[in-house]
Ligand binder design. Sequence first.
Ligand code: BMA
Length: 323
Amino acid sequence: MIPDSLPNIPWEEKPMHCRDVIWRYSRNPIIPRDLLLSSNSIFNSAVVPFDDGFAGVFRCDNKKREMNIHRGFSRDGITWQIDEEPIEWITADPGLNHFEYRYDPRVVWLEDRYYITWCNGYHGPTIGIGYTYDFQVFHFLENGLLPFNRNGVLFPRRINDRYLMLNRPSDNGHTPFGDIFLSQSLDMIHWGEHRFVMGTKNGWQNTKIGAGPVPIETPEGWLLFYHGVLTSCNGFVYSFGAALLDLDQPWRVVRRGSPYLLSPQKDYECVGDVPNVTFPCAALYDQPTGRIAIYYGGADTVTALAFTTLDDIRTFLHEHSDG
Ligand code: BMA
């Protein structure tokens, strides 16, 4: 169960000189690439409140450059103990456990358990869906959609009886296109009733977009942080921004911020295995204070943290929205 109040949310006040909506943790990155003996890089990872602290699922690319997801725990959400070995999945169909790759996890508390979604290699990238009750035993449920698809992100509750998942149809490579869609399910296995949510736009999100952290429920709508990709003459640049989706029909966009909120500007975002990438996969929210902590990958190499408040985001979306 995730409480509305999260007094131990990682937090740092906005620096005096900062005029941005989002500010970075002063001691970024919080997870170095070599935290594990076996790791080449640890990035694009997801965390949730768990017990007295936090649990997480981390994307760890190893020194063979295999991409897999590992479990971790933390007291404060900043210093993490991550397993050397990847998560082992229990599945009824052994054919599904054939490992190609697993990456970019998201974790959500939904009804009675933590669901994990990730980009799962199954004859191409698709959305793997699994769950755990305790972060000890992990069950692999199904591939929710056909290849090729990435950035599968579940909503934290059913809406109109349905589970909802944002996703981004793609190709088998470094996809030069991509819009956000929403798919619906009565049982978490069979997905349909697909709806278009939003597409690319000029500027920082001109090539493709994809859902980031699990949407946060607010009185004005679902707050969605999402990444947007610009094609520069030197390759892709991954920034992220925010939108509000309708509470009952979340494929309807209520507001969409036109400037990005954060783009690769610090060394650990600009320099690494893939330069110029900021890629959010998780956000913690403390309702009483409105504090939000966003976890994002830097340059496909390290994990970093940034902060904002719901008020800051609300003001931003009111003042800089293009609908
Ligand atoms: C995307 C995913 C992300 C990665 C990004 C930038 O397609 O593979 O994991 O952060 O590219 O390389």
